[in-house]
Design a protein around this ligand. Structure first.
Ligand code: ADP
Ligand code: ZN
Ligand code: ZN
Length: 829
């Protein structure tokens, strides 16, 4: 038999350009397939799980290729659509393919010399089921808690390390160490089977005779089991321990006795965590006349446009329209991806979707632990056994859900498409999921619906000029009126001494009225912590972070000053560290203070808070939302988390405590963002029968953005923004590419930034802005300077990016600047 020599191009999860060619040992010729992981050696002593992207017979030009060490998967875990999608992301967002791979794969799939393994928390030492190397590794882990893959390879040899780890991860013996360690609990259940020996009827009869003499309890249990299994005896029948005990009313002791006698065999199996959460499905609802019209229009537009914007005011029934569209996509046998900006939102939407689609809906997000994520991934890839869970056809999740191995995507919904959390900031690739899924949909010939009550200016622009389809819904469902907006002039309130701490008399009056009415209230403040800073009355000294160029926020509960950029915290100083004066005053206020002061003013109200500080625990969102939905909470305070898409029936009043700091934020999107935030949070008021009230506290009541919110006038905001964007060369007329340089030495950074900017200006002329310090010019002791490149909308983007890449490579070649970190952000938010 003729044996061909095969090579594979392997992608590694590293920030290096390109792929690496390895040779396939003859014995593995039939085992390799693109999309599978292989274990490879890289550098003198490192091993990685890399991904086969191509199989060919072309030996590399230079050097002798190493052999792959082993093939880790028996079936591809990544499909061709994904590889092409990754390639596009790497190109468009100017990152490497390896960085995209690292972002896309769940950590359970990523193995490299540097990654660390730990014992799975419910690992029980059981020498019988462990192979020799498994035993040695678990022993080592019992002693050392964690080991790098590199260290493990010293125990078992680097040839074998990754296959060993892979099977041990799958058997839930070990897991990869994660930054975000959640309470990890693989869902297992004990199954009871009849042992082989008693499948034989004669043996079974004998056993029963024996038991009938002395062990009635055991006999009852056995008979109960046989009843459950039915006749004739099925070889593979098993029942979960809890079911068996429950249905036969037998005792643990009886079960133990029969197990000890070798009649029953117990085995642990992993079951899906996602079944049985909600089984009732409720499919019927009919669209209102306006919704029906919008639905037809959506479908019509989807014929002509890949992307359609659904611009519908809050509570107009966008979600109901998505559900109709999803039904149609499923009927065609397609998959649906439903993106949401925030994890907080999935809690509510998942319940609505499960009512319609039952357990065909899967959720994928970063708050799940790695095994849960790997489980969803394998399900979508079609390599999970159907016994664990039938294939999901709808996937709901935040931006990272777009990386799942879809193979027949029909519809992508991007809900609240304007939201900036669709953008990944760090690390690279700095992608925007809203934009990236449009390319992904193209690969599958799928359709994309972008939905929002307050579309991003860029999106609305695309819809206006015909690039996207556009469907508008201008009425709330059921004839509910848009909320009434009351603007409170804080200057006036202060002058008339009507302010109680940060609450105006108007706001307090309406809160009280709502509470008297048994209605609920949402209060929004876009800062967390207690006071935003502490200041010396004598000399104006303000404590700043040691490592960052930001003032520290006072958190009362923990009695600490915290840096919101790097997490550094310190005790509150008793006296000014500059002049020694004890007169330190608090300035500004955050959600923690709102909660506390409100509790003093309204001692009988039940108040809860939703912000980053109160939602770190895995199920905290669910708890807060559940309590509010079930009216255990009267007033919910919080940061922008409370503004987004949540649907509560009983909210009468929404208060925006301080509109001003959003409006004055130094960013070209500040006005757009303020409008979106205020309009969105208003949308939480009065969703069912009664008109809601929104109270905006501001020192500048005449501000045009505030006036637009009063009128619910998106168009007016949009038109004003367009004019400004045109004048100052911003999106949608120009695309932005932000280059950030970082270094610990400010002098070197200054010089480096000037050099790169000079080269960029030589290439792009006056479309280069900077270098300048960003608003926060030092984070974790790294100084930052930025240079902005603007690219005219109609210009060939890829050429410009290539040129920019050249400029950066030239710059990086210069010896003094090798240590400067360069980050590129395409379409920064
Ligand atoms: P949006 O997503 O635009 O904010 P939703 O889809 O959440 O709006 O609808 C707002 C409320 O109105 C929800 O409680 C929803 O259940 C209800 N609703 C909307 N359309 C219908 C319909 N056709 N039939 C019954 N209830 C509807
Ligand atoms: Zn002082
Ligand atoms: Zn800091």
């Amino acid at each position: 038999m003729e044996r061909v020599t095969l090579f594979v191009d392997v992608l590694l999860p590293l920030p290096l350009p390109g792929t690496f060619t390895y040779r396939v040992p003859f014995a593995l010729n039939d085992a390799v397939q693109a999309g599978q992981r292989v274990s490879v050696q890289f550098g003198p002593r490192k091993v990685y799980a890399g991904l086969i992207v191509k199989i060919h017979q072309q030996p590399p030009q230079k050097g002798i290729p190493k052999y792959i060490l082993s093939v880790l998967d028996s079936r591809p875990v990544v499909n061709d659509f994904q590889l092409r999608f990754w390639q596009w992301i790497a190109g468009y967002y100017m990152s490497t393919l390896g960085e995209v791979m690292a972002a896309a794969l769940p950590s359970a799939f990523k193995l490299s010399s540097e990654s660390k393994v730990v014992l799975s928390p419910d690992f029980v030492p059981d020498t019988e089921t462990l192979s020799e190397p498994e035993y040695r590794l678990t022993e080592a882990l019992l002693q050392k808690k964690k080991l790098t893959v590199h260290e493990v390879s010293r125990i078992v040899g680097y040839q074998k390390v990754l296959p060993l780890l892979k099977t041990m991860i799958e058997r839930r013996l070990i897991m990869m160490e994660e930054e975000l360690v959640q309470q990890y609990k693989p869902k297992k259940t004990k199954m009871i089977k009849l042992s082989e020996a008693f499948l034989d009827e004669r043996a079974l009869q004998q056993l029963m005779d024996q038991l009938s003499k002395r062990a009635h309890k055991q006999l009852e249990l056995l008979m109960g089991f046989l009843t459950l299994s039915g006749f004739p005896l099925k070889k593979d029948f098993s029942v979960s321990k809890s079911d068996l005990l429950h249905k036969t009313q037998a005792s643990e002791n009886a079960l133990k006795a029969l197990t000890d006698k070798g009649v029953f065999v117990q085995e642990e199996v992993v079951i899906s965590r996602f079944t049985g959460e909600n089984n009732e499905t409720e499919k019927t609802f009919s669209l209102s006349a306006e919704q029906q019209k919008a639905f037809h229009s959506l479908k019509e537009q989807m014929q002509e446009h890949r992307v359609v914007l659904l611009h519908g005011v809050t509570s107009s029934g966008k979600t109901e329209l998505y559900i109709k569209l999803m039904e149609e996509a499923l009927a065609e046998g397609k998959q649906v991806l439903y993106l949401l900006p925030e994890i907080a939102l999935t809690t509510q939407i998942i319940n609505r979707l499960r009512k319609h689609f039952g357990d065909e809906v899967g959720v994928y997000h970063s708050r799940y632990n790695q095994n849960e994520r790997a489980e969803v991934w394998e399900n979508v890839a079609g390599i999970q056994s159907a016994e664990v869970h039938k294939p999901y056809r709808i996937i709901l999740g935040p931006r990272s859900a777009m990386f799942l191995p879809f193979d027949r995507l029909g519809l992508v919904i991007v809900d609240e498409e304007h939201d900036s959390s669709y953008k990944q900031f760090d690390p690279a690739p700095r992608y925007n999921a809203r934009d990236a899924v449009i390319y992904l949909a193209g690969l599958h010939d799928a359709r994309v619906v972008l939905g929002s009550a307050t579309p991003a200016v860029e999106t609305y622009f695309n819809a206006q000029n015909g690039k996207y389809g556009l469907v508008e819904l201008s009425e709330r469902f059921g004839g509910v009126k848009m909320p009434e907006i009351i603007v409170v002039n804080m200057k006036e309130e202060k002058r008339r001494r009507m302010l109680k701490s940060h609450f105006s008399s108007v706001l307090l009056h309406h809160i009280q009225a709502a509470l008297d009415d048994k209605k609920q209230v949402i209060l929004f403040q876009n800062r967390r912590g207690f006071s935003t800073r502490i200041e010396c009355e004598q000399c104006n000294w303000v404590p700043e972070c040691k490592y960052c160029d930001v003032t520290m926020t006072y958190h009362k509960k923990s009695q600490l000053l915290k840096c919101h950029y790097c997490g550094y915290s310190r005790p509150v100083p008793a006296v000014c560290e500059h002049c020694g004066s004890p007169n330190l005053v608090m300035q500004g206020f955050g959600t923690e203070k709102v909660e506390e002061e409100l509790a003093m003013i309204l001692p009988d109200a039940k108040i809860d808070r939703m912000d980053l500080d109160t939602t770190r625990a895995k199920n905290a969102f669910q708890r807060i939302i559940y309590d509010f939905e079930n009216r255990k909470t009267d007033i919910l305070t919080g940061t922008q988390m409370v503004t987004k898409g949540l649907d509560f029936e009983n909210v009468q009043v929404v208060g925006i405590l301080s509109a001003d700091n959003m409006l004055s934020f130094p960013d070209f999107r500040a006005h757009e963002r303020s409008f979106q935030m205020m309009e969105q949070v208003s949308g939480r008021a009065g969703r069912k029968d009664k008109q809601g009230i929104v109270i905006i506290q501001t020192w500048q009541p005449k501000h045009p953005v505030i006036q637009d919110v009063v009128q619910h006038d998106y168009q007016s905001m949009y038109n004003r923004q367009l004019a400004e964007r045109w004048r100052f060369r911003y999106p949608p007329y120009y695309r932005l590419v932000m280059v950030k340089l970082k270094h610990k030495k400010p002098e070197l950074l200054n010089e480096a930034a000037a050099v790169l900017a000079r080269d960029m200006k030589a290439r792009f002329g006056n479309l280069v802005y900077g270098p300048e310090y960003p608003m926060v010019s030092r984070v974790k002791n790294w100084y930052i300077k930025q240079i902005m490149l603007k690219i005219k909308r109609n210009e060939q983007l890829s050429d410009r990016k290539k040129e920019l890449q050249e400029a950066i490579s030239e710059f990086k070649k210069q010896t003094p600047y090798k240590s400067v970190r360069v980050q590129i952000d395409v379409d920064p938010q």
